[in-house]
Design a protein around this ligand. Structure first.
Ligand code: XMP
Length: 305
């Protein structure tokens, strides 16, 4: 438990002092971390803050529309439609770290364009405590930590939730009256659905991951997982109607965790698993198989790449 009133008061004061009359920009993904950071910064400086949401084409179902609605009270909100540019940049890329790099770089280009347009002096980031630890330990490149500050010559960076764990950020989000779709939102990686498709990132595979993830999130809500989603592993043979099909293999993952650094695969009942399977194979013609991932972290990671 954190004292949310104090956290909010201190953060708003820190941001207001740091920014003065200057303009700040934040990459708003719609996730709880960046949304909370944006809400705090908006409370501190209002329209001096320009929140930028980049639609990479790798977002979850309904995410862009959700952000547009939730943050419509911020008139300075910018939504950048960039999915075609991301898919072009990702064509032919199969190495997991390379994918992250390509996405990170493209993201920076999109963000940089807006930062220059609005002449932003400061960068606000929704970095939380575990992000910093994993980045320092070089476990994985988190593109929400590196890259952005170097791309534009900012006068400074403000990270209002840098010392908080995810559950503490949620408490602050609730105290700020952010809608439940934001405060209770499952964590979602910066590179989006790209780390949930093995191999090349194509619009078809991403669409399968997106639709299947919507089913998984819906079916597993009552289990209150830390994260639950679907990933696209590869292709395998199946039978649909009277035809043999070579369709996608979808993995369902549902884990419990406090900070994402370790995680346990959730025990789900057979009927729930079967319902997920039949909804996914029933709605997606190009999926031939659904499997459930029982691996904890370690030895697996939560995401697939
Ligand atoms: P892994 O897959 O390493 O993930 O077990 C741990 C937690 O971090 C999230 N994650 C990311 N978040 N940028 C992010 O903002 C990333 O590149 C990234 N990679 C993983 C993941 O969803 C999980 O909650």
């Amino acid at each position: 438990m954190v004292d949310t009133d104090t956290v909010i008061e201190d953060a708003v004061e820190e941001i207001a002092n740091a920014l003065g009359d200057d303009t700040a920009i934040i990459a708003l993904s719609g996730g709880v971390d960046s949304s909370t950071a944006a809400a705090l910064a908006y409370e501190a400086v209002g329209e001096q803050l320009v929140p930028v949401y980049v639609d990479t084409g790798l977002m979850r179902k309904g995410e862009t529309e959700g952000v547009r609605e939730t943050f419509s009270y911020m008139e300075s909100l910018r939504i950048v439609e960039a999915s075609e540019r991301f898919f072009d940049a990702l064509a032919g890329v199969t190495d997991p770290e390379e994918k992250r790099k390509v996405i990170g770089e493209q993201f920076i280009r999109e963000f940089e364009t807006v930062a220059r347009e609005v002449d932003a002096d400061y960068l606000v980031q929704g970095t939380i405590y575990p992000d910093r630890i994993e980045s320092e330990g070089n476990i994985k490149s988190h593109h929400n930590v590196g890259g952005l500050p170097e791309a534009v010559d900012f006068e400074g960076i403000v990270e209002p939730v840098r010392d908080l764990y995810k559950d503490e950020v949620r408490e602050v989000a609730r105290a700020l009256d952010l809608e439940a779709v934001v405060s209770e939102r499952m964590p979602f990686p910066g590179p989006g659905l790209a780390v949930r498709v093995i191999g090349e990132v194509t619009p078809e595979k991403v669409e399968v991951a997106r639709e299947a993830t919507a089913v998984v999130e819906d079916e597993l809500e009552e289990y209150e997982p830390w994260q639950a989603f679907a990933a696209v592993l590869g292709k395998a043979t199946g039978v649909k109607g009277d035809n043999r099909v070579h369709g996608w293999v979808v993995a369902v993952r549902s884990v419990e965790s406090r900070d994402g650094m370790t995680a346990r695969a959730q025990e789900l009942d057979w009927q729930t698993l079967q319902r997920i399977q039949s909804r996914i194979t029933g709605t997606l013609d190009n999926v031939s198989r659904v499997v459930y991932d029982v691996t904890h972290k370690p030895p697996a990671t939560i995401e697939y790449e």
